[in-house]
Design a protein around this ligand. Sequence first.
Ligand code: MN
Length: 327
Amino acid sequence: MNSLAEIVHFLHNRDSFIIVGHEGPDPDSLGSMLGLYFGLSKLGKRCRLVSADPLPPYLTWPGLENIEFCGEEFTPGDSCVLVVDCEPQRTGTIAQGVLQAKELVNIDHHQRGRGVGDLVYVDPSEAATSVIIYRLLKELRVPFDVNLATVLYGGIVGDTGGFRHANTNSEVLRIAGELLDYGVEPARIAREIFSMQPLGFMQLLGYALSHLHTALEGRLVWMAVSSEEFGRFDVDPEMTDHLVSYARMLDSAEIAMVFREVRPGLTRLGLRSNAVDVAKLARHFGGGGHKLASGATLHGSFSEIVSQVTGTAERYLATGEIDERDN
Ligand SMILES: [Mn+2]
């Protein structure tokens, strides 16, 4: 792994960048992308922003309108590619093009993120990649303004769950406080990320809550929503990542899981906990993430996936171990 100073030196000495984040972009991925975009542009560099997937709805951050949407046809040309908030393999349909970059820089904060590229900076102790970008831009002596502050603040709010997750610390709050002084509107940013939902989602949520499942006296809680049920409420399953945060509210929950059958044969599993390492559980099923927030994508029959994963999670909670025969 490289030092932050080496990344800074590298960025200084290049002129043309393509900045990409992960598939299904979230606020921290976007905050990191846009933060680099505004910061490097201020230094006179040429920057493009590229995403494989559409943006979350409702966000009105500055710079989002400059994001280009590409797929398998994406090629980086001579530009240096900066991959933020994930490994290059997780950039979705543009991943092949990203990996062809003449120069690749990877900046991330995911646990077990090994980083892939000519320069790699991965720090799992950071609450958000947007915090790393803040530090980089400070080292680069970029002058901050309300636009830059807004996107970095938005990224931090996203990955700390509005300063409620365990990754919230005094340093994060100090940085967020400094960003607010540039004129960021905290209430608007929080509402756009957490508190704006279409009617269909509200009704689906009611349905999912009234069909909440528990095991081990509520220590394990899960929701399972089939593609037929998503269709019934006219809700796009890919836009319902946050269902898991409602499951997690159960007072007795140690592990909360949500199964979303995004289409027949393809299920996304979201995992949250307050203390138990759910990244371990996610990795067992081919996924990954953070200790307290992780996920995986599974193929096969929805009902079989639900019973298999809940069985493994139940044994994991009861024994503290994952039986490798649980496959
Ligand atoms: Mn992140």
